[in-house]
Design a protein around this ligand. Structure first.
Ligand SMILES: Cc1ncc(C[n+]2csc(CCOP(=O)(O)OP(=O)(O)O)c2C)c(N)n1
Ligand SMILES: [Mg+2]
Length: 326
């Protein structure tokens, strides 16, 4: 793997972390009023997957989608403006954190209804195949979404049509406060993909080079017409299910468990590896941090200084119905 790819993986993870930490800090100001699911701790998956994608590839996601949007090239200013409910937001300020979209870079949308975008992503892959377009669709979802029926319908269809789609499961061991152990029998989630007849692989979702390699193989198969793949990456969310706080006090997971995953921090472990290879000079790191901080400050200023949508926007982009003017 080239040094430039390694440094790009590191930069992307660090950028996602610093952006999400800034959101967590500012969330307390009560100006971002939408439910917000942070992906701190899980950055290696979007960074490793997206580094294999082209602008023409299409990405779909769910409620925890900041990393997926940003790593695909989604506009940070438009994302933060969306969190602040502003007209300049990527969904016009009407969707919030769980409804991100940036068609210019191929981020086709996130939606909080669990598993709802899995079948839409399969549809996009089917369209690409029918139109002979050289595109791959990526669908991200959590372990909880695999308990929805549409997940299986979508996998079956993708498999029978040999569609160019990669299903990326971020298995963070919990669906809200329910542990995977009490929800599913002991077997890899990736095995559900095998049962539907597709290539399947799984492993450490906190090792960005591993994620990059597995996703690269899956995307390459999809590009040459070898059909879909499911990838299951084990990872862990550090903060509460929804919101900026620590939640070990709730009792559904232990501090020991959280601490053991923090020791496997995808960013710090990778930083140590890059340092051992002599690839992370101090000047490079400080310049990188400065560049990211500047990007974040500019995006927050943009968001906070943007106007709210006008009242007339309330009735646009919806199906006309009783009481609404189209
Ligand atoms: C169809 C549906 N049922 C329930 C919910 C409520 N809900 C929101 S997030 C969530 C947990 C999702 O867990 P997982 O898919 O593992 O993603 P994670 O939050 O762990 O990233 C649930 C049950 C929902 N949004 N949609
Ligand atoms: Mg989960």
């Amino acid at each position: 793997m080239s040094t430039s790819v390694r440094l790009a993986l590191y930069e992307q993870m660090l950028r996602l972390r610093l952006i999400e930490e800034a959101i967590a800090v500012r969330y307390a100001e009560q100006e971002m009023r939408c439910p917000t699911h942070l992906c701190i701790g899980q950055e290696a998956v979007p960074a490793g997957v997206s580094a294999n994608l082209r602008p023409t590839d299409l990405v779909f996601s769910g409620h925890r989608s900041h990393g997926h949007y940003l790593a695909k090239g989604g506009n940070l200013k438009a994302m933060l403006a969306e969190l602040y409910g502003r007209a300049t937001g990527c969904a016009g300020g009407k969707g919030g954190s769980q409804h991100l979209i940036d068609l210019a870079c191929g981020f086709m949308g996130s939606a909080p209804i669990l598993a709802s975008t899995i079948s839409v992503g399969v549809g996009a892959a089917w369209a690409a195949k029918m139109d002979n377009e050289d595109r791959v669709a990526i669908v991200y979802f959590g372990d909880g979404a695999t308990e929805e029926g549409t997940f299986h319908e979508a996998l079956n269809f993708a498999s029978v049509k040999r569609l160019p789609v990669v299903f990326v499961c971020e298995n963070n061991l919990y669906s809200v406060h329910s542990s995977l152990d009490v929800r599913q029998p002991k077997r890899p989630i990736a095995a559900l993909g095998s049962a539907h007849g597709m290539a399947a692989d799984r492993g450490d979702g906190n090792d960005v080079e591993f994620v990059y390699r597995l996703a690269g193989e899956a995307v390459a198969r999809a590009r040459v017409g070898e059909g879909p793949t499911i990838l299951e990456f084990e990872t862990y969310r550090w903060l509460e299910h929804c919101g900026p706080s620590d939640d070990v006090g709730l009792g559904y997971r232990s501090k020991e468990e959280l601490d053991s995953w923090k020791r496997r921090d995808p960013i710090m472990t990778y930083r140590t590896r890059l340092q051992a290879k002599g690839l992370l000079a101090n000047v490079f790191e400080s310049a990188l941090n400065q560049k990211i901080e500047q990007e974040i400050d500019a995006a927050f200023s943009f968001a906070k200084n943007s106007p709210f949508p006008p009242a007339t926007a309330l009735t646009s982009h919806i199906y006309p119905g009783q009481g609404f003017v189209a």
